[in-house]
Design a protein around this ligand. Structure first.
Ligand code: SAM
Length: 462
């Protein structure tokens, strides 16, 4: 336990605007003055301005954070909950409609109960959620933060506690939640090569179990004075990236040594914190451990994303040919399909990943009637799964063998046979396309031809 320190509980109103986005010493039950001033500095006088709040309230009445009149330690459990509720209410008032609040908390064991009743697990995160909902927040998601190390407590009937809860609250339906920013392409199963259309090129939607190690204290910390539970920067980073944009205000009313403010600042947001214990505030100001260069929001497109996009664009014409054959045509009629990439949308997007142009190359003796039938079929199959699921804008037409060849004069083109659109068999000059198609005769599987050259092995990742 650290020594108790007396604290001035009013926020220092002398702080100049230029130094405002930092951790302030003060009491989270008296946020009014600070938040009014913050709204003014943020250019939104008297109006909501906080985009998200990321915080962990004191651990019920169990942990002494070393200041007099702190929330939690020294209070009754009911008073503690009431104090947290008053903080949640004030935060809600100053939060933008699209805003949110993240609360990190853990359950606890109530021992020595009356009449020798068994120790009881208190679901503190959900009791805090009840307080938050009572003052206008809506609980929207619960994330399990899986930790590598925990407090060394053990008790009969308890397993080693390996996680904490992260509660995500929203103020309205228009809340910001940029899930694309947390997608990852690591860990794709080997079948991504054959089935690129089943993978978002930016990776899977992240799940709600986050494995994040606790930081090793010491690198920035004064060894003689440590905080009991600093947030790991990675935990804060995920919440900031999900729920805020550049320049937004990120608030923490129980700031401790300021991990939220530091990481929010590093991400190009405006971080604001309040902490009762002046020693923690000084520690933040001396160290500001995680401040540094701003990483760019628009991280460059990874090799895996690029490859998944290419594979999608090459597989589309193969599936188009397959649907055409299912619709009654044979490879005697359809001799190849060409595909050209017209544009790629390099931003995670819920609309199209890009635009392609496909040409179905038909035999010279295909009748006008059959051409018309094929054209109608192509429209029909393009509007239905599997093709409609590719997320591509595809413009498709029908061309003769000679027309196909003339499109690629002077360009090198890759030829994908036997349906292996992830690995080109060979490439040829566009001028030789007509020769090649005629010489090959009737294929068993319609070949795909494209200026896009991909040679991806099934076994190896990128
Ligand atoms: C669970 S810790 C937060 C740690 C923080 N997330 C970090 O990364 O360092 C809770 C903090 O709330 C602070 N606290 C307790 N009562 C407070 C009050 N009335 N106003 C502001 N902070 C308070 C404690 O001093 C403690 O640092």
């Amino acid at each position: 336990m650290t020594e108790s320190v007396a604290t001035a509980q009013q926020f220092n109103s002398e702080v100049p605007d230029s130094e405002f986005w930092t951790v302030h010493q003060g009491d989270a039950r008296k946020l009014g003055d600070l938040l009014r001033r913050a709204a003014l500095v943020a250019g939104r006088e008297g109006q909501p301005f906080v985009q998200t709040t990321i915080t962990s309230p004191p651990y019920a009445t169990l942990v002494d954070y070393g200041s007099e009149n702190q929330i939690g330690f020294g209070q009754s459990y009911d008073d503690y909950l009431e104090s947290c509720r008053s903080v949640f209410l004030e935060v809600n008032r100053w939060t933008l409609d699209a805003g949110s609040m993240w609360v990190v908390a853990d359950s606890l064991l109530e021992r020595r109960r009356k009449g020798g009743a068994p120790s009881r697990l208190v679901p503190l995160p959900f009791e805090l959620a009840r307080q938050a909902e009572a003052v206008g927040w809506t609980l929207r998601e619960v994330i399990v933060w899986r930790k590598d190390r925990t407090r060394p407590w053990s008790h009969h009937g308890k397993l080693r506690n390996g996680f904490e809860y992260v509660l995500f609250f929203v103020k309205s339906n228009s809340f910001t939640f940029e899930v694309d920013r947390l997608r990852e392409t690591n860990g794709l199963k080997s079948w991504w090569v054959k089935y690129p259309e089943r993978h978002n090129p930016w990776g899977m939607t992240p799940d709600n179990v986050w494995e994040i190690p606790i930081p090793v204290q010491g690198s920035w910390d004064n060894a003689a004075f440590r905080h009991a539970c600093p947030f790991p920067p990675e935990l804060v980073r995920r919440m900031v990236r999900l729920s805020t944009n550049d320049g937004d205000v990120v608030f923490d009313p129980f700031a401790g040594t300021g991990a939220v403010v530091a990481e929010a600042t590093r991400q190009g947001r405006r971080g604001l914190g309040v902490e009762l214990n002046p020693k923690y505030v000084s520690l933040f100001r001396e160290g500001a451990p995680t401040m540094g260069a701003l990483p760019s929001e628009s991280s460059s497109v990874g090799a895996m994303t690029q490859r998944l996009l290419e594979l999608r664009m090459l597989k589309y014409p193969k599936d188009l040919a397959k649907q055409i054959v299912r619709g009654g045509f044979t490879t005697t009629h359809v001799r190849a399909v060409t595909v050209e990439v017209k544009s790629v949308n390099y931003k995670p997007s819920r609309t199209a990943y890009g635009r392609i142009e496909c040409s179905v190359v038909v035999a010279d003796d295909l009748s006008e009637l059959d051409r018309a039938r094929l054209s109608k079929l192509m429209l029909e199959v393009g509007a239905k799964p599997p093709l409609s699921k590719y997320g591509l804008e595809a413009k498709c037409d029908i061309v003769s063998i000679a027309e196909a060849s003339s499109k690629f004069v002077g360009r090198e083109i890759a030829v994908y046979t036997k349906g292996r659109t992830w690995h080109a068999d060979f490439s040829i000059d566009g001028d030789r396309l007509e020769d090649w198609v005629r010489k090959t005769g009737v294929p068993t599987v319609v070949p795909v031809i494209s200026p896009l050259l991909v040679r991806q092995s099934l076994e190896e990742s990128l």
